[in-house]
Ligand binder design. Structure first.
Ligand code: ADP
Ligand code: MG
Ligand code: MG
Length: 882
């Protein structure tokens, strides 16, 4: 197989399907060529060579010959010669990995210049200024990327020479002496700048391969799950010049708005500039489209014909790829060139709108639209926003780079973000501008604020990719790294102070500002969720304890309540008092009287739930925690409570002592209370059915499901089921009529999974409580795991807590076994999962694959679960897209 593939200027060896071999950039340059778009010619050295380069510690044999031949062909196509003292061919050397790693790797522009060819370029172009401007860019890039001299050393010279001026203010003589100063930096660093263009090329290619293995590139691959073996290609491409003055410039654009998904070209450009400048955030760019934010004249206004051409090409690319594109272009003296296209990164909000719009436009189908949504990212659509009613003091305003509100302590350096993150302290990272070294800090900060840079600056692009609130180009603030503070007008904000940023408006606010969950606008989310529901098999329910939660869950599309925890119903002040009397009581009559006082309170709460849910299933878990949780634990509270209950303090202490447990998690709780103090469950069951009968009588459908927690033995459930049925029938008889109901159990002990076949004989449904089941299976409690878990994590024994990432190979096997055994004796058994894992896409996929009936999660995760359920079903039935 060849090592080198050519592209551009009407003819290409490759195409878009060859990304693994040609890298994303190379394959797309070939594809754009095939589409007839204006791509400067060049050639791609394959990713395979990258592998060989690292395996052999250098160029594989034959590569030199192929590069020489490709270069000769390129010279022929362009009509210029590499190293020619009169009309030199200049090239860019561009990295291009198989999987895009934006900003991670290196590119060198204007390669082929030296002290001789620069004069030739000056003569040939008739523009010495331009020639020396290109040379100074090349020397800096070569020094930084190839020779590894830190760019700050070049920047120091830049600052000294420029003062308050910009490069475009320097004339050719000044640029020339500047280049000499840059070369002196290289010599001072003990390095040699090669004057021979072929040597430059060889080293530049090596450097691009080398950039694949930098720490930051490896970190990026690790956090994005990109295999190390993928490799990078190297693209060598004839230069076109956006820095030629006149009708020249360079820019970056998206075929749709990457922040909100609105249709139409969105992007930025700079007149008389080269490549990286728009992205680097050193000059504030102007918008492509008139009316968009930015500094200076829009491309649409400055070069209307070019704008129309660009708009047309971008539409073509999007229609061709059937996907939103992120493109890079350069205009050389009135001629437009396309330099890159790739799938555009976007916020979750934009992803939803773009997917729905593209279906309407006939570009993709509904399944495809769903496939492009990462369910986890939907959380970001439901990200907090600043409450409209909030009191806020806006101290500065920048560009709205990535929506969502974030609040945290101000930190100026990424390592400190990491430190605070480890102490659970939220932070907002404040920088002049960010660079790839900041990635780790950006990953864990709540939000990012930069003083410089535009909508396509590093900070903006990376933050959007991460779905992180971000404000950039905030020129209102003056950052002083040395003193660790920033000024915003009269306000001084020091390290550690709280600020709030709004990435949707660009506002920076002092202190903690009240936030709200956002509403999805335009009905895009609803549409997408509708498509998801039509493809999902798993039903999504919500965990909700109150009417308010239930209403929220219903609004977000829950098909029932999978877990109503009744604990809080006992904590209502009146109920708590009665509960304490019940626990303290030593005769059955006063116990019964106390419970009698709790009953109407619970009945009212159940009534509210049933009214909201209108016939959808509502699974109610009977009391789960140990009784002592209702009694005070601190001494001062004990005397208060003793007074309130009208008993002696020492009597209360005695009762407390009697209830004390060495290990409450494994103690007298759940069904065990049901067995020893049956009155409590009977009261709850009565409250449930009185509420249900009452609501049913008003003509509203009701579907209660009574759930007994912490069952380990079939005998426990048999006993409690009989009790429950007896009370339920009693109440229904009193009302003369009542709703259909079911009785089931929570499966959260390993023994229950083992004996599921027997337990299922007494159950209409199982609900796996994966939190407790995980703790019981591992044999640790979440309250104590902090003592050893960090070590387990550090040693790689358990990379993530099984309480947040479901342990499919351990606990998951118990769930599967419990389900199968349960259904073996009760074919109609309904099975679901409730708890933290119910809203996690990976866990949902597992639940789909083992054939559960439903998952239940917190209300705000319901939309995520709906999309995850659809994706899991599509994956399982192989009606999938990949
Ligand atoms: P990255 O992968 O970081 O985006 P690129 O290889 O795309 O790096 O190069 C960055 C920028 O350099 C491009 O957007 C483009 O503006 C400029 N550039 C690259 N190659 C050329 C070229 N042949 N002619 C003119 N500009 C170029
Ligand atoms: Mg780059
Ligand atoms: Mg690029």
């Amino acid at each position: 197989m060849p090592f080198v593939y050519s592209f551009g200027d009407g003819k290409a060896d490759g195409n878009a399907t060859m990304k693994p071999l040609l890298g994303g950039k190379g394959a797309n340059l070939a594809e754009m060529t095939n589409l007839g778009l204006p791509v400067p010619p060049g050639f791609t050295i394959t990713t395979e060579v990258c592998g060989l380069f690292f395996a052999q510690g250098g160029w594989p044999s034959g590569l030199q010959d192929e590069v020489d031949a490709a270069l000769a062909a390129l010279e022929g196509r362009v009509g210029k010669k590499f190293g020619d003292p009169d009309r030199p061919l200049l090239v860019s050397v561009r990295s291009g990995a198989a999987v895009s790693m934006p900003g991670m790797m290196d590119t060198i522009l204007n390669l082929g210049l030296n002290d001789v060819t620069v004069e030739g370029l000056a003569r040939a172009s008739g523009d010495p200024r331009f020639a020396w401007d290109s040379y100074r860019r090349f020397v800096t890039m070569y020094g930084d990327v190839v020779l590894g001299i830190h760019y700050t050393r070049f920047h120091r010279v830049e600052e000294e020479i420029l003062g308050t001026r910009a490069f475009n203010d320097l004339d050719s003589a000044e640029l020339k002496s500047f280049v000499m100063r840059l070369k002196a930096v290289i010599t001072d660093a003990g390095q040699v700048f090669p004057e021979d263009p072929r040597e430059q090329l060889k080293h530049a290619i090596d450097a691009v391969f080398g950039s694949y293995n930098t720490h930051r590139a490896r970190y990026y691959r690790k956090t994005h799950g990109i295999p190390e073996t993928a490799g990078t290609a190297v693209n060598i491409q004839a230069m076109v010049f956006g820095n030629m003055g006149g009708v020249s410039g360079t820019g970056v654009g998206f075929t749709r708005n990457p922040k909100d998904g609105a249709p139409g070209v969105f992007g930025e450009w700079l007149p008389n500039a080269q490549g990286e400048e728009v992205v680097a955030g050193t000059r504030t760019p102007a918008p492509i489209r008139e009316g968009e934010a930015g500094e200076g004249q829009s491309l649409q206004q400055a070069m209307p014909a070019i704008f129309v051409e660009l708009d047309h090409m971008m539409r073509r690319l999007e229609a061709h790829y059937r996907e939103m594109q992120d493109i890079e272009f350069t205009i050389e003296q009135g001629k437009l060139y396309m330099l890159q296209t790739r799938t555009g990164k976007r916020t979750a909000l934009a992803a939803v709108r773009i997917g729905v719009d593209m279906v309407a436009e006939g570009l993709i189908d509904e399944t495809k639209a769903l496939s492009r949504i990462n369910p986890k990212d939907l959380e970001l659509v439901l990200r907090p926003v600043i409450s409209p009613a909030a009191k806020k003091k806006v101290i500065a305003k920048g560009l709205d780079a990535s929506p969502g509100a974030a609040c945290g302590r101000v930190v100026f350096n990424s390592n400190e973000v990491q430190e605070l993150y480890e102490r659970d302290e939220p932070t907002v990272l404040v920088r002049l501008e960010t660079s790839p070294e900041d990635i780790q800090g950006m990953t864990v900060a709540q939000g990012i604020l930069t003083a410089r840079g535009g909508q396509t600056s590093h900070a903006a692009v990376v933050a959007r990719g991460m779905g992180k609130p971000c404000v950039v180009g905030c020129t209102d603030i003056h950052v002083d790294y040395g003193r660790e503070l920033f000024y915003a007008g009269d306000t001084v904000i020091r390290k550690g102070d709280w600020i709030t940023i709004d990435g949707g408006t660009g506002e920076v606010m002092e202190g903690k500002v009240e936030m709200l969950s956002p509403q999805s606008e335009g009905g895009y989310m609803e549409k997408l969720l509708g498509w998801a529901d039509a493809r999902a098999r798993l039903q999504v329910r919500a965990n909700a304890d109150t009417g308010v939660d239930a209403a929220k869950a219903l609004q977000l599309g829950a098909r029932g309540i999978g877990l109503c925890r009744t604990e809080h119903m006992f904590f209502q002040p009146e109920a708590l008092k009665a509960m304490r009397r019940m626990i303290i009581a030593d005769d059955p009559q006063s116990r019964a009287r106390a419970l009698q006082d709790i009953l109407p309170i619970q009945r009212e709460m159940f009534t509210e739930l049933f009214e909201v849910m209108r016939g959808l299933p509502v699974t109610i878990r009977l009391l789960d925690p140990p009784l002592h949780e209702f009694l005070p634990s601190r001494d001062e509270d004990v005397s208060d409570v003793a007074k309130e209950l009208g008993i002696r303090v020492d009597a209360l202490h005695a009762r407390l002592e009697a209830l004390e447990e060495a290990n409450p998690m494994l103690g007298h709780r759940g069904v065990r209370v049901g067995v020893t103090t049956p009155e409590v469950y009977r009261m709850q069951v009565r409250a449930i059915f009185e509420a249900a009968c009452e609501v049913a009588r008003r003509g509203i459908a009701v579907h209660p499901e009574v759930m007994i927690p912490l069952v380990a033995m079939p005998e426990e459930l048999a006993r409690l089921r009989a009790d429950t049925e007896q009370v339920a029938e009693e109440v229904i008889a009193e009302y003369g009529n009542g709703p259909e109901y079911t009785i089931g159990t929570m499966i959260e002990l390993p023994r229950a999974c083992v004996l599921a076949a027997e337990i299922a004989k007494h159950a209409d449904f199982f609900s796996f409580g994966t939190n407790d089941l995980t703790q019981m299976t591992f044999g640790f409690s979440r309250d104590d795991m902090g003592k050893f878990f960090p070590d387990y994590q550090r040693l790689g024994l358990l990379p993530e807590s099984p309480l947040s990432v479901f342990d499919t190979i351990g606990v998951g096997q118990l769930v599967q076994m419990g389900t199968e055994r349960g259904r073996s004796t009760n074919a109609k058994l309904k099975v679901g999962v409730c708890g933290e894992h119910g809203g996690d896409p990976k866990s949902i996929e597992f639940c789909e694959n083992i054939g559960l009936n439903y998952v239940s999660c917190s209300p705000f995760r319901v939309p995520i679960a709906r999309v995850a359920a659809a994706r899991a079903a599509l994956l399982r039935t192989k009606r999938y897209w990949r």
